[in-house]
Design a protein around this ligand. Structure first.
Ligand SMILES: O=C(O)c1ccc(O)c(O)c1
Ligand SMILES: [Mg+2]
Length: 624
């Protein structure tokens, strides 16, 4: 696969973009005209920079408003093209992307456009150059790739081919099947982009919301299958106009781009019978094995008191480190107070907080191979003699994701490196981890979305906008199909939201809250209150509104009100949630009971966020 990306997809100046593209490992790129114009080097400098970086310059683009012009515009367009040919020869690229005309003075007519392209192809051929014609979805006369193909077919020149851009096809819901009839060698390049479903005009949607395949909702896989059927083996080029990408890190975006192409290639191969997959399959997650806090002794002691009040028991201590294992139901919490290793470095950098998640996967080896092929960053550190090495990769904000599996030593880490305390287990108040919520910069959200859905068998849910009193937060969940693992990504667009404040207080992105599932939230809350735990105060107005919204029995409303429990109901079922105050750092816990309900209580989020903003308690234990 010849992998490519258009320079418009990345932040920075042209040289920064090219370095990021090369570092990520692309075969080549397309130079976007504006990036070149804004760069102070000569075309030869740029051409040399591209080749010194080991990249192939697949195309120069775009050449606008060319076909179907009456005189004198037509002659001027040809003169303009000759100037661009000069430039291309110095840049050492042979392909010019000509996108369909949007100008008011352009005239329709397939034969007129074909004649123009034929003449341009003839002029290009004299210089050893080629023309690729692309239908923009908003082209004045040509806005459908089937018309562009008919024009190219009638131009009937070996130096004129079609450029297919998946966005222009899929954004208009054009059928992809006719692509199969185009001969692969007449397709000079294929551009790819995904996009979230939005009710916007196509031009604004294209210029601001394109994203990498897998980050949006368009059927890019079906488009690629049709392209594959043509025998096309030219460059597959990501062309992404996206405001988050313009603001984010070019290096990270470039790595994400290549990751998305590899995953698309693998997904397409898997859907074509008889084609070998390229990557190990997506890692199946059976659950959260543990959540690890990096703390000092004081914060560890505080957290221990809270965990005990929530029904956790100290079930073991690490054989050689200052590390405790707390447990209840299917939940394991690790309190790492050791003065060495990753946990301590995390504590020094971020203060007390969550430094790692461990996921129970079906096959650790396969998980690590897929992660490595997709350029995830592996992690290891020395362990004591005879102690387990739990494999890990880097996750959000430099935290870790460890992996365990149901076979071998990794099947039971708790009896390997921990000295268990023999205490009878009481009936658990909490069953399992329902979800973890990670706060990150808004610009990073698409990157982590791709990370989770490309390495793991996790599916994205649609994005929800949450009004925090300090600004807007965008929230998006990735979930295993069986609901065994759910991760909620919260991207803040403002500094003063709950997530935004976490980012500055924690010095980076990370896990801000953990939600535990219970079978009986009223019993759990009652038991925790009896142990001295208090919960986030929810205003009476909320309960008055609940009463108006749902015809709940007065006793039910009273019980919700008395226990600060939030409630939501929809066609799927009922949802109950309650929040602790911050427990250490900016981290807090949530307890939920799901009765058939599958969401996250989005309608309650503004109420909860306002309560958290009022919650001026210090980070210390809110115990009596
Ligand atoms: O938005 C545009 O103008 C534009 C330009 C060139 C392309 O290849 C494209 O898909 C869109
Ligand atoms: Mg395009």
């Amino acid at each position: 696969m010849k992998t490519s990306i258009a320079t418009v997809s990345l932040s920075g100046t042209l040289d920064e973009k090219l370095r990021a593209i090369a570092a990520a490992g692309f075969t080549g790129c397309e130079i976007f005209e504006n990036d070149f114009i804004a760069f102070p080097g000569t075309p030869r400098d740029v051409g040399r920079m591209v080749s010194d970086l080991g990249l192939t310059l697949f195309a120069f683009q775009p050449f606008r408003d060319f076909e179907g012009l009456p005189e004198p515009y037509r002659a001027r367009a040809f003169a303009r093209a000759e100037r661009k040919f000069d430039l291309m020869q110095e840049l050492e690229t042979d392909l010019l992307l000509v996108c369909s005309n949007v100008a008011a003075q352009s005239l329709g007519g397939i034969d007129r456009a074909a004649a123009d392209l034929r003449e341009l192809g003839e002029r290009a051929a004299r210089r050893g150059l080629r023309i690729g014609f692309e239908a923009l979805a908003w082209g004045r006369h040509v806005n459908d790739y089937r018309d562009a193909w008919e024009i190219v077919r009638r131009a009937d020149h070996p130096n004129v081919g079609i450029i297919l851009d998946g966005f222009h096809v899929l954004s208009r819901s054009l059928p992809v099947e006719p692509i199969r009839a185009i001969p692969g060698d007449r397709i000079f390049m294929v551009q790819l982009a995904d996009a979230p479903k939005l009710d916007l005009d196509i031009l604004s949607w294209s210029r601001h919301f394109r994203c990498f395949p897998g980050q949006g909702d368009l059927p890019v896989g079906a488009f690629m299958q049709a392209v594959e059927a043509t025998g096309f083996d030219g460059p597959l080029s990501l062309e992404i106009f996206n405001d988050q990408f313009r603001a984010g890190s070019a290096a990270r975006t470039a790595v994400d781009g290549l990751r998305s192409l590899r995953v698309l290639e693998d997904d397409v191969a898997r859907s074509c019978p008889g084609t070998a997959a390229v990557l190990p399959r997506r890692s199946q997650i059976a659950g959260v094995e543990f959540i690890e806090f990096a703390v000092d002794e004081e914060a560890g002691a505080q957290l221990g008191v809270i965990l005990a009040a929530m029904g956790f028991r100290l079930s073991g201590r690490h054989v050689s480190k200052a590390v405790e294992h707390w447990h209840q139901g299917d939940i394991n919490i690790v309190l790492n107070m050791d003065k060495e290793g990753f946990g301590h470095a995390h504590y020094i950098t971020h203060g007390p907080g969550i430094c790692a998640l461990a996921l129970r996967v079906t096959d650790v080896g396969e998980t690590l191979r897929r992660a490595a092929a997709l350029q995830a960053v592996p992690f290891s550190q020395p362990v004591g003699p005879g102690e387990l090495t739990i494999p890990a990769i880097r996750g959000v904000g430099g935290s870790l994701i460890y992996f365990t599996e149901p076979k071998g030593d990794l099947a039971d880490i708790w009896h390997h490196d921990f000295v268990p305390r023999d205490e009878a287990e009481a009936a658990p108040l909490l069953r399992r981890v329902d979800h973890v919520a990670q706060s990150m910069q808004y610009d990073e959200m698409l990157s982590w979305l791709l990370f989770y859905t490309s390495i793991f068998a996790l599916e994205q849910r649609s994005q929800v906008e949450v009004a925090d009193p300090g600004g807007l937060v965008l929230s998006r969940a990735v979930e295993a199909p069986d609901g065994h693992v759910r991760i909620v990504l919260n991207g803040s667009q403002a500094a003063q939201t709950m997530s935004g404040r976490f980012l500055s207080d924690f010095f980076g992105s990370g896990t801000q809250h953990v939600s535990f599932a219970t079978d009986d939230i009223f019993a759990a809350v009652e038991a925790m209150r009896a142990s001295g735990l208090t919960f986030l105060d929810i205003p009476d107005n909320y309960y008055d509104d609940l009463e108006a919204r749902y015809d709940l029995a007065p006793e039910r409303i009273a019980a919700l009100r008395a226990n600060e429990i939030l409630y939501e109901r929809n066609d799927e079922g009922e949802f109950f949630q309650v929040y602790t105050h911050a427990v250490v750092g900016g981290v807090f816990f949530e307890i939920v009971e799901r009765r058939g309900y599958v969401g996250y209580g989005a309608a309650n989020a503004p109420v909860r966020l306002a309560a958290q903003r009022r919650d001026s308690r210090p980070l210390a234990v809110p115990l009596r």
